[in-house]
Design a protein. Structure first.
Lengths: 616, 197
């Protein structure tokens, strides 16, 4: 007979063992919920197929532009803009781009925007600002090269509010986030901030055929901090809007000082009026070599629209009727009606003036304060009349309806979103479908790479009523803003076309030559699988040697590199391209050169010798 | 009553058929006659050489760069004397056929057809010779050593990572059809004449 006590003990031990065994049998298999499967399918681009959209994201303090495919969220290319890219020789060995960077080896690229025609993205160029050094770069979307860098723009610095493009690429706008005494190089102590320091908006004109940029005119304001901008379109065509904060005009401890007022402004600029004023010498002065317009002398050029509170983004709805202010320290998104602005201006319905420029009455222009959430920053639109606002403090995106102003959905993001982008979201006809949240903090979302974390770009499906999270994609530092264009709108080159008359180019091995002129040596070289011609080059110590390398392939993706050992020189030449690298042969000896970009089965054999004869 | 097979006047239908043959030959003056296609894993879209009466067009540059690894000679259209006279020969056949139809003499048609066939055979032989020559005259110092080979005149062959396919193109096919019309017309004409008796 088993005693009751022993039986109970045996049962307890048995139970304990069972729990232990069951507990240890943790199934390491991933649970595929239907939503997860759907998300995986939505983002998976099978081998051999292509992404639907390009997303161009700013590289922030890397100075570059990131090109990402949507929906796969794969980084396809980093286009060097303001910083050198030694792999391809941009701003490094390649003379042409080195000159374009003009001594600055860094820039802070913030807001890329496409060239537009009739309010639609036309796929010709991408413009982007350099927040630190007051420059605007233009990237050619046929070659994906930075073709032109304008600046430093006279009188401007900290050009955060750029690059924003008008509906027919008449102008690219930028404006100052930091005010300084002008022109550049002028000294005034900081306590003279309110009197001597100036904020400016610059209208950069763009040549329609070539894209060449010029500072057409600037408009000068009291030292507020301009933040972001958007150009009006359709009914609001001819106007541009700029948010600003620090209307308190503080120059130190801005965190506290610039957050005192409940409302700052959105500046409404009539750029057509500015254009006219720039033709009238009585309306502008020449400062720093450019036309600077005094808005107090040009009635109708600009109006301040009050906006809560330290607003960050201003975004114009697809039909141009509304402009939306994201007050980063306020819980509401302030929506303004363009028609009402015009009516208020006509009726001179002003509540004050600021720096001699009228301030329109808030209540007369504001049509809604959408309670989107905490810390609204930036708004984009879809094809069904909805607006999506990023909420930094709340770490979420709010979806609300234009016209009814009701918030219909909210989705958490991970974590602390800055800007967001929807497919073709600030054009006249957004596509809807996808939204990418550019989150500032990724924290625990990826396997750890130490204290420095990547950013987190989250792809969100906005095609349905409710938003759904599809994917987390890490991004290198640090995209601030992005734009998305349908992939078939771009028509990039496959290879560079052969141009018979091109400067420094040679197209046949027979034409390769070394030309000497005093201490200058020009080497006209061809690169083709798998050799350089010439591949033995003799120079004298002290010579200034220019290597003009032409890649005479016409086959796609057959890139050749050109590097010289110990002379710190490397560049890449694409099929059909000619690039020039300069080397001062101050070291005597024998220096091999070779192809650095894998090109063929005999890539290793693609080499040569640079012989530097010593000065006797 | 003897009806001559190769001589005498032509019936209207025969004359029309000969004109059709002439029109079929005409495009071969401009359109490609033969096509060499190369397929490889890294060239999913394929590489092509279109052989016209007057030149070779297509991915010549790419093919020459690839060929140099195995020591094959560069294909330079300028260096083929054939391209200087072939277009005129082809044009001549068109005119001959039209003349036969106009004058309505079977002798001219028959002679023209024999001429055409001999010319066609000669051209194919010539092409075969060039294929043999290019596949055998390989630079002994080439980086990749290949056994001398002959690309097929008609059909496919695998050579290292490339599949080479040689087939008639539009012009070539039309000329073959045109060539078939000649004997068909004669045979048909003969039987019609026989029936008429």
């Amino acid at each position: 007979m088993i005693k009751k006590r022993d039986f109970a003990l045996a049962m307890i031990i048995l139970l304990g063992l069972t729990m232990l065994i069951l507990g240890c049998k943790k199934a390491p298999e991933r649970e595929m919920l239907p939503e997860t499967e759907a998300a995986a399918l939505a983002t998976y681009v099978p081998p051999g197929e292509l992404d639907e959209y390009y997303m161009f994201a700013s590289g922030g303090h890397s100075g570059q532009v990131y090109v990402v495919g949507v929906p796969s969220m794969r980084l396809i290319r980093i286009v060097p803009v303001f910083s050198p890219d030694v792999a391809i020789g941009y701003g490094f060995a390649d003379e042409a781009s080195k000159q374009m960077l003009n001594g600055l080896s860094w820039g802070d690229s913030h807001h890329p925007n496409f060239s537009e025609t009739k309010g639609e993205y036309d796929g010709r160029w991408l413009f982007i600002n350099d927040n630190a050094n007051a420059r605007i770069a233009r990237i050619n979307l046929t070659t994906f090269y930075t073709e032109e860098i304008l600046g430093p723009i006279p009188n401007l610095v900290g050009t955060h509010a750029g690059a924003f493009v008008t509906p027919n690429t008449e102008y690219v706008f930028t404006a100052t986030r930091f005010s300084i005494p002008i022109p550049h190089g002028t000294y005034a102590s900081a306590d003279q901030y309110k009197e001597k320091y100036k904020a400016l908006i610059a209208g950069i004109s763009v040549q329609p055929q070539t894209g060449k940029m010029d500072v057409a005119w600037e408009v000068m304001f009291p030292p507020v901090d301009f933040d972001l901008s958007d150009a009006g379109k359709e009914v609001s065509y001819g106007w541009a809007f700029f948010t600003c904060y620090n209307t308190e005009q503080a120059y130190h401890d801005l965190e506290v000082e610039a957050s005192q007022k409940d409302r700052d402004f959105i500046l409404a600029l009539n750029w057509k009026v500015a254009e006219q004023a720039a033709k009238d010498a009585s309306k502008f002065s020449m400062i720093g070599g450019v036309k600077v317009i005094d808005p107090t002398k040009v009635p109708g050029i600009a109006y301040w629209v009050p906006c809560p509170k330290s607003p960050h983004g201003v975004d114009v709805s697809p039909d141009g009727k509304y402009f939306v202010g994201g007050g980063k320290l306020s819980p509401v998104v302030a929506v303004f009606d363009f028609e009402k602005l015009q009516q208020a201006i006509a009726a001179k319905d002003f509540e004050a003036d600021y720096g001699g420029v009228p301030v329109v009455r808030y209540e007369s222009v504001n049509v809604a304060e959408v309670p989107a959430g905490l810390g609204p920053l930036h708004t984009q639109f879809d094809d069904k009349g909805y607006a999506y606002t990023s909420l930094f403090v709340e770490s979420a995106v709010a979806k609300w309806k234009l016209g009814t102003w009701e918030v219909v959905d909210k989705i958490q993001v991970h974590y602390n979103i800055g800007h967001l982008v929807t497919a073709e979201g600030d054009s006249r006809s957004p596509d809807g479908k996808y939204l990418v949240a550019l989150n500032k903090l990724s924290k625990d979302r990826f396997i750890s790479v130490g204290p420095s974390h990547p950013e987190n770009h989250q792809l969100i499906d906005i095609s349905g009523e409710k938003m759904t999270l599809l994917y987390d994609a890490p991004s290198q530092p640090e995209p601030h803003y992005a734009v998305m264009i349908k992939a078939d709108k771009l028509n990039p080159l496959k290879v560079f076309p052969k141009e018979e008359g091109r400067k420094n180019a040679i197209w046949r091995a027979e034409d390769a030559k070394v030309v000497r002129s005093g201490q200058r040596v020009d080497v006209y070289m061809i690169a083709v699988r798998s050799h350089f011609t010439p591949d033995v080059v003799e120079v004298n110590q002290g010579d200034e040697v220019y290597f003009h390398v032409t890649n005479i392939e016409d086959d796609v993706d057959i890139t050749h590199g050109f590097a010289v050992c110990l002379y710190n020189l490397d560049m890449q030449v694409e099929p059909g391209e000619t690039r020039t690298a300069k080397l001062v042969a101050n070291k005597a000896g024998v220096y091999p050169f070779y192809c650095t970009n894998f090109c063929s089965a005999l890539h290793q054999e693609m080499q040569g010798y640079l012989l530097v004869k010593p000065k006797s | 009553m003897e009806t001559n097979f190769f001589s005498g006047p032509m019936r209207l239908e025969s004359r029309i058929a000969i004109v059709v043959a002439a029109l079929l030959i005409l495009p071969a003056v401009f359109l490609p006659i033969w096509r060499v296609s190369l397929l490889a894993p890294q060239y999913p879209e394929g590489l092509r050489m279109n052989i016209h009466a007057f030149t070779v067009k297509g991915d010549l540059n790419k093919i020459n760069i690839l060929n140099h690894y195995v020591g094959m000679k560069k294909i330079t259209p300028r260096e083929f004397p054939e391209f200087r006279f072939v277009p005129f020969f082809v044009a001549r056949f068109v005119l001959l056929a039209l003349a036969a139809a106009l004058i309505s003499r079977k002798e001219i048609g028959a002679l023209g057809w024999i001429d055409f066939v001999i010319f066609g055979a000669a051209m194919l032989a010539d092409f075969a010779f060039w294929l043999y020559d290019y596949g055998h005259e390989l630079d002994p110092r080439a980086a990749m050593k290949l056994e001398p080979f002959t690309p097929p005149l008609f059909g496919s062959k695998q050579l290292m990572n490339f599949r080479i396919t040689n087939l008639p193109a539009v012009g070539g096919i039309l000329m073959m059809i045109a060539g078939a019309i000649g004997p068909l017309v004669l045979i048909w004409d003969y039987y019609r004449s026989r029936k008429a008796e």
